[in-house]
Design a protein around this ligand. Structure first.
Ligand code: ARG
Length: 475
């Protein structure tokens, strides 16, 4: 159904209809469009543009339509340009001509952006919930391995001993920041653009704040031209989602590496691995690899949207129709990826022996030697040189730092003594990193307790935001 045509002598060419049609993807907005229409009918009734009797009829029609959309009994057809035309067609089919009065005092320009925001708020909370589930799985694994010694890497080279729980738990920190960002997004963007009309405000609807409130928004836009043009909320969200994707890609990369036979640290369960069509022996970490790969499209969606917005005149331009598919894709990608990655995280088993085996490789205790001397008042630059000399001797002799004898040490520097040798262990190195953020078992235990409490706070936040916006979602 076309929402315009009076001034035209002919309908759009087939190619034009195909180009301008958005209903195939914007149908996702259908339940939100009905919700906004319901709030709008209440507003129009309040100012007398729709009579109370007609308002009852229209409301009943919209409510039935909502049920039919949910059950799949009502959907778009070939003649619908976009979700808004499809909903109006459905309403008119149910209540007759009077259904056309919902178009009073609003434009698709403010309607589409309102529907879109409601959809995004709803889905931001869903994605946040899935992120909390992944954090939960990481926290459990981190707790299981908080006392497992592991080599810590920089430049993918052995660097210093750490605990494997510390290695795993870092991902929860990154993901909690993602949820925090989504919370900021929600706070900033809970502003209703409805009532902006085409661009100048509505001539028939003087109380947009009432509609905004009934939809669950905390505020109403301050400038109608900005309200129909603003897509900052889409760009910001695409960034937030891309950042989640990047964090997942980094988990994916680690798990892929740890799962190699060279590392042998991680074994993924069969349910979270895939096979090869030619090599019968293969068991591949495809979930981890897809986590790594999907980040590319999430980043592409952000870049595409920003590029479309650049240089765009204010108020509505049809270019803006291109705002939806990237974010639908980012949300749907994460909604598929996150549960799979959570499952992989929950079911992967780690091999303590193999993880701990390399803890002293690459002279990873060299910093301990330097720290030992620094604690005894030797300037760190000098201590660093002396520890470097120890490494040089070990390299020549093909031994580890902990294998140097007391006489070897004395020969390198008189301040190196038996007490150093006692402390020169991976356990000692780890135990000495006892600040709140450090890798000692006690520190990691505290960090995990904090992560669990922050994740519980995030879950509570999601729950209360869902309540706050329930007016928006429920008819
Ligand atoms: N399908 C359009 C979109 O997604 C709806 C708004 C169309 N408005 C217009 N004036 N043509 O942006």
């Amino acid at each position: 159904m076309a929402l315009w045509g009076g001034r035209f002598t002919q309908g759009p060419a087939e190619s034009v209809a195909a180009l301008s049609r958005s209903v195939d993807f914007d149908w996702r907005l259908a339940p939100y469009d009905v919700r906004v229409n319901l709030a709008h009918v209440a507003g129009l009734e309040k100012v007398g543009v729709i009579s109370p009797a007609d308002a009852i009829t229209i409301r009943a029609g919209l409510e039935v339509l909502a049920e039919e959309i949910a059950s799949g009994d009502f959907t778009f057809n070939e003649s619908d340009e976009d979700v808004h035309s499809a909903i109006e067609r459905g309403l008119v089919a149910k209540v007759g001509e009077i259904g056309g009065s919902i178009r009073a005092g609003r434009s698709r320009n403010d309607l589409v952006v309102t529907d879109f925001k409601l959809y995004l708020i709803d889905h931001v909370l869903e994605v946040s919930g899935l992120v909390t589930e992944l954090i939960h799985a990481i926290n459990i694994q981190a707790d299981n391995y908080k006392d497992c010694l592991a080599p810590g890497f920089t430049h993918l080279q052995h660097a210093q001993p750490i605990t494997f729980g510390h290695e795993l738990a870092k991902h929860s920190h990154a993901l909690l920041r993602d949820i925090d960002r989504l919370g900021d997004w929600l706070e900033r963007n809970s502003v209703s653009p409805f009532g902006a009309g085409a661009l100048s405000g509505s001539g028939l609807q003087p109380y947009p704040e009432v509609t905004a409130e009934s939809l669950g928004f905390s505020d109403v836009a301050g400038n109608s031209i900005d309200a129909v043009s603003d897509r900052d909320f889409v760009a910001e969200l695409l960034f937030d989602l891309a950042m989640i994707g990047i964090h997942l890609s980094r988990i994916g990369e680690e798990f892929t590496l740890w799962n190699t036979s060279e590392f042998g640290w991680a074994t993924m369960s069969d349910a979270f691995s895939t096979g090869s069509s030619i090599m019968p022996q293969k068991k591949n970490p495809d979930i981890a690899e897809l986590a790594r790969g999907k980040s590319g499209r999430l980043l592409g969606n952000l870049t595409g949207l920003m590029t479309m917005l650049k240089g765009l005149p204010f108020a509505y331009n049809r270019d803006l129709q291109e705002d939806k598919e990237p974010v639908f894709d980012s949300i749907e990608t994460l909604m598929i990826l996150l549960p799979a990655l959570t499952g992989m995280m929950e079911t992967t088993t780690f091999n303590r022996e193999k993880i701990s085996a390399g803890v002293l490789a690459g002279h990873s205790l060299a910093t301990e030697v330097a720290d030992y001397l620094a604690r005894r008042g030797i300037p760190f630059a000098q201590a660093h040189e002396i520890a470097g000399a120890c490494v040089r001797v070990c390299e020549v002799r093909g031994i580890g730092l902990h294998e140097l004898s007391i006489s070897d040490l004395k020969e390198i520097h008189p301040r190196l003594d038996a007490q150093l040798m006692e402390q020169l262990t991976a356990e000692g190195a780890v135990a000495s990193r006892s600040s709140l953020m450090g890798t000692s078992i006690a520190s990691v235990t505290g960090q995990i307790a904090e992560l669990v409490s922050e994740n519980n706070n995030a879950k509570r936040w999601i729950h209360s935001e869902k309540e706050r916006f329930s007016g928006m979602m429920n008819l």
